[in-house]
Design a protein around this ligand. Structure first.
Ligand SMILES: Nc1ncnc2c1ncn2[C@@H]1O[C@H](COP(=O)(O)OP(=O)(O)OP(=O)(O)O)[C@@H](O)[C@H]1O
Ligand SMILES: CC(=O)N[C@H]1[C@@H]2OC[C@@H](O2)[C@@H](O)[C@@H]1O[C@H](C)C(=O)O
Length: 404
């Protein structure tokens, strides 16, 4: 049977993701129709389901590189799959049942392509064109087979592996979905996600060979350093800077922002990807040491870290885009940080900074929606990666299908 007949067409899909902020599982129930240029989605329900506190803490430790046994890894993998399956069940309450799930899972480790950790060519890594050339590696927990079993719904998971296997970064993957849902006939747009990590998709006006002109990459820290700093500076009382109001009460230290912007990652040309492995605990520790030199108070530290996020985004547009966009559309939790949004608008001067909500696509649930669309494309046999975004040499089908 053709896959579209199996799941019905148009179809009701659940997209699930927990991102690098590890704040909880974003679930989106969407009705999807069309394929690419005629792709349409309707968000029927969107919800964030927080992780149980202990599970979140364990995941954050894993992300920070704390060593654990394989047995414990298996337990965490299952706990995440159970939580994702529960989220899929809950999001359907009051709605007709879904017939497909796209589950990104929880990233706990991301090694960008060309960044082998083994060194010395051990295992043959580092020798180009051998089976062990320095491919990327990206590990998402919450196995799809278990989600399919628990929900009884066919589940697509492990989306990044196929792109990585052919030499891509396996990230960012959302830009291909952005292209079809957010492109504009006359306007070049940047779709800027500000999650734990920031990523941008530059989408030129939708005519000619616009698809091949799309550029996308991870811009660097979104909220990851800010969240860690807030936790540290509030002695655990807060997990993030609501609306950016704490940072707004301070003053950015511009010499420090300039110093931080000299970091290699910001100068690496795209395609490129990153994660909490770089912009995580160790990175923040260095930032806090640097801040001592300038005797910054807590508010000033947060203002300076917020400025780093804003400046790294705009600096990367100015450095790597073929032309500046006519508009910027924000999404992800950072789009709710009013101070950060204000700083971005100031740095981008006359380029309007809006959120994707303002053009009809949920800024909170866009990533979850995108993994629903990627699962749908997998079922239809449509590739999900954009080689200009991930650096892969070609398009591939993304994700493994587990029958429900
Ligand atoms: N009202 C708000 N004010 C300020 N910051 C906010 C607000 N709401 C959310 N955030 C920030 O957004 C973060 C969560 O963003 P989001 O859920 O988009 O990240 P993610 O999806 O986990 O990350 P990624 O996109 O890197 O995978 C929170 O940790 C917090 O820092
Ligand atoms: C390995 C991984 O999970 N990367 C995430 C992360 O969060 C933002 C940025 O880094 C992005 O490249 C990617 O997520 C989105 C969903 C993507 O693939 O488009």
């Amino acid at each position: 049977m053709h896959p579209t007949e199996e799941i019905g067409f148009p179809t009701r899909v659940i997209g699930l993701i927990s991102g690098t902020s590890v704040d909880g599982i974003d679930a989106a129930l969407v009705e999807i129709s069309g394929k690419e240029l005629d792709l349409k989605i309707e968000l029927l329900a969107g919800e964030t389901y927080p992780y149980p506190v202990q599970l979140r803490e364990r995941i954050l430790e894993l992300c920070a590189g704390v060593a654990i046994s394989m047995a414990e890894l298996a337990e965490i993998d299952d706990a995440i799959a159970f939580a994702f399956a529960q989220a899929a069940q809950n999001i359907q309450n009051g709605h007709q049942a879904a017939n497909l799930i796209g589950s990104h899972g929880q990233t706990v480790y991301h090694r960008p392509v060309g960044k082998s950790g083994m060194g010395n060519g051990e295992w043959g890594i580092g020798k180009k064109n051998t089976p062990y050339s320095p491919l990327g590696y990206s590990l998402q927990l919450g196995r799809g087979a278990l989600i399919a079993h628990l929900t009884g719904i066919t589940t697509v998971s492990n989306f990044r592996a196929a792109d990585i296997a052919i030499g891509g970064h396996g990230a960012p993957l959302v830009p291909r979905v952005d292209a079809y849902l957010l492109s504009h006939p006359q306007e070049g747009r940047c779709i800027q996600n500000i999650g734990g990590i920031g990523n941008v998709a530059y989408i030129p006006p939708r005519h000619g060979d616009w698809l091949s002109k799309i550029r996308a990459w991870d811009t660097g820290p979104g909220n990851s350093l800010l969240d860690l700093a807030v936790q540290h500076l509030s002695a655990g009382a807060k997990t993030y800077d609501e609306n950016g109001s704490w940072a707004a009460s301070g003053t950015p230290c511009y010499p420090l922002v300039d110093q931080w912007l000299r970091q290699d990652y910001f100068h690496l040309p795209p395609p490129k990807s990153t994660g909490r492995e770089l912009f995580g605990v160790t990175y923040l520790e260095q930032c806090l040491k640097d801040a001592q030199v300038y005797q910054l108070n807590s508010a000033d530290i947060l203002a300076t870290l917020t400025e780093l996020t804003a400046a790294s985004i705009t600096h990367s547009y100015q450095t790597f885009l073929p032309e500046m966009p006519q508009g910027v559309l924000l999404c992800g939790g950072g789009s709710r940080n009013l101070y950060l949004k204000q700083r971005l608008q100031l740095l981008l001067a006359s380029i309007p900074v809006l959120t994707t909500d303002e053009v009809g696509l949920s800024a909170d649930f866009k990533e979850a929606i995108a993994f629903g669309v990627l699962a749908y494309w997998r079922h239809l046999g449509i590739p999900g990666n954009l080689p200009t975004a991930t650096g892969a040499p070609g398009e591939v089908l993304l994700g493994e299908i587990h029958q429900g």
